[in-house]
Design a protein around this ligand. Structure first.
Ligand SMILES: Nc1nc2c(ncn2[C@@H]2O[C@H](COP(=O)(O)OP(=O)(O)OP(=O)(O)O)[C@@H](O)[C@H]2O)c(=O)[nH]1
Ligand SMILES: [Mg+2]
Length: 413
């Protein structure tokens, strides 16, 4: 990469960091970029830069210094000493946003678990380590400042939370299995934070979940039934957004949430088509999908915010990614086509077939009830013990509604 390309990328990354700082409730007073062949082991940035930074901080009356990279515990301490200010790194910033956003008990546990796991190896004798993160891990009693006590308490807490999360996970698995038995397919929305997942979710489900320009607005997964025309139904899930260099502790802690994606029958990768960082975002999402074991889930690329790009750009997307959908979740453009794509990928598109049942047989009576649930019945004629039903049946169910009489016809008109 050339120096210029590198600088542009670093600049975009700092823009994103500013967005994250904003989401954490901070306002950016100044930004600084340093280019050096490798980080300084003691202070990450070079010593000259530290001096400059300290002066700039004093001038701009800065409270907190945020680094875009992950710092070692030693670097953190040195920097805090030299800058005489609180220093946090990108990972801590993201953890902080998540802890602000978590609403459900499950979400709160997951965030706390990630925070504790991040903190544990960073407890290096500093008696202030526990107060760095603020609430969430309980207040310390008198006399308990020893490092070992801290570590032990954290480990105990980690185990307790892990147990709660495991229970949530079991419950989720049970719910998922029930849904799978009912053969209603689940479609998961995935994508970079701020790509427009919740806006699309709302449009598809007529929900009013919070969508906003801030980062990481959605933390807790939502799942809703969607009825397509012809009685076809599917479930759509909205979940936490991804980001470049998503802290590993967070991915691990959110496993219960992210399993929804891994178990989905189809994923829609929502991409902000208008972002200058589009390609980097797409790559970051792919990395997270790998990390959560969701690479085998069939995927449709959904380029969102089509209202905000030029016709030229649309053409380029269509050429490069012909299987993709191009939509605007805000205006509704392209949504019908997207629904068609989803229906056909899930084999929810229907064929008209006629089936003859024997109403004396228990199995056949069950099948008739089933047919009424999953298909649109066009005609139903019962004569003697025979029931002839003509219906529009989703492709995925045709094989399962098998073989009653020899007269069965499979005419697809
Ligand atoms: N112009 C335009 N803006 C959109 C479109 N879809 C979503 N947005 C905007 O993009 C921002 C993010 O939308 P969300 O739906 O909250 O995005 P998200 O992917 O759920 O984000 P997180 O939950 O924070 O990860 C909001 O300001 C939306 O209004 C679109 O089709 N066009
Ligand atoms: Mg959202």
């Amino acid at each position: 990469m050339t120096g210029t390309a590198r600088r542009i990328e670093a600049d975009h990354s700092l823009d994103e960091l500013a967005g994250l700082a904003d989401a954490a409730g901070a306002s950016v007073a100044l930004r600084m970029l340093q280019e050096r062949p490798r980080p300084d082991p003691a202070t990450f940035i070079g010593s000259g830069k530290v001096t400059n930074l300290a002066a700039a901080c004093a001038e701009a009356d800065v409270d907190v210094v945020i680094f875009d990279n992950e710092l070692t515990p030693a670097q953190l301490r040195q920097l805090e000493e030299k800058l005489e200010r609180k220093v946090i790194d990108r990972t801590q910033l993201i953890l902080d946003i998540f802890s602000r956003r978590a609403r459900t008990r499950e979400g709160k546990w997951q965030v706390e678990l990630a925070q504790l796991k991040y903190m544990l190896p960073r407890l290096v004798g500093s008696s202030t380590a526990l107060s760095r993160l603020g609430g969430g891990i309980g207040t310390r009693g008198p006399g308990e400042t020893k490092l070992e006590t801290d570590r032990r308490r954290i480990r105990v807490r980690i185990q307790a939370i892990q147990k709660e999360i495991d229970q949530v996970r079991q419950r989720r698995t049970q719910l998922r299995e029930r849904r799978q038995k009912q053969s209603v397919p689940t479609v998961a929305l995935v994508g970079y934070t701020n790509a427009g997942k919740t806006t699309l979710f709302n449009r598809l489900t007529n929900e009013k979940a919070v969508a906003s320009d801030a980062l990481f607005v959605t933390l807790d997964p939502m799942i809703r039934q969607v009825h397509l025309p012809d009685r076809r139904e599917l479930l759509i899930s909205d979940t936490v957004g991804f980001i470049d260099r998503l802290p590993h502790a967070l991915v691990a802690a959110f496993r219960a949430t992210l399993e929804e994606v891994a178990e989905a029958e189809l994923a829609l990768h929502v991409i902000d088509a208008a972002s200058p960082d589009r390609e980097r975002h797409v790559a970051a999402v792919q990395r997270v999908l790998e990390e959560v074991g969701a690479v085998d889930v069939p995927l449709i690329d959904v380029y969102n915010k089509a209202d905000a790009i030029t016709p030229d750009e649309r053409r380029r997307i269509a050429e490069r990614d012909p299987g993709a959908a191009v939509i605007s979740a805000s205006t509704g453009e392209g949504i019908d086509e997207l629904i068609q794509m989803v229906a056909s990928r899930l084999a929810l598109d229907t064929r008209r077939i006629t089936i003859v049942f024997d109403s004396e047989k228990e199995f056949d009576r069950q099948q008739i009830a089933r047919l009424y649930r999953v298909a649109r019945v066009v005609s139903h004629v019962a004569t003697g013990g025979r029931v002839v039903i003509e219906a529009d049946v989703p492709r995925r169910f045709i094989e399962r509604l098998t073989t009653p009489g020899p007269e069965e016809s499979n005419d697809a008109s």
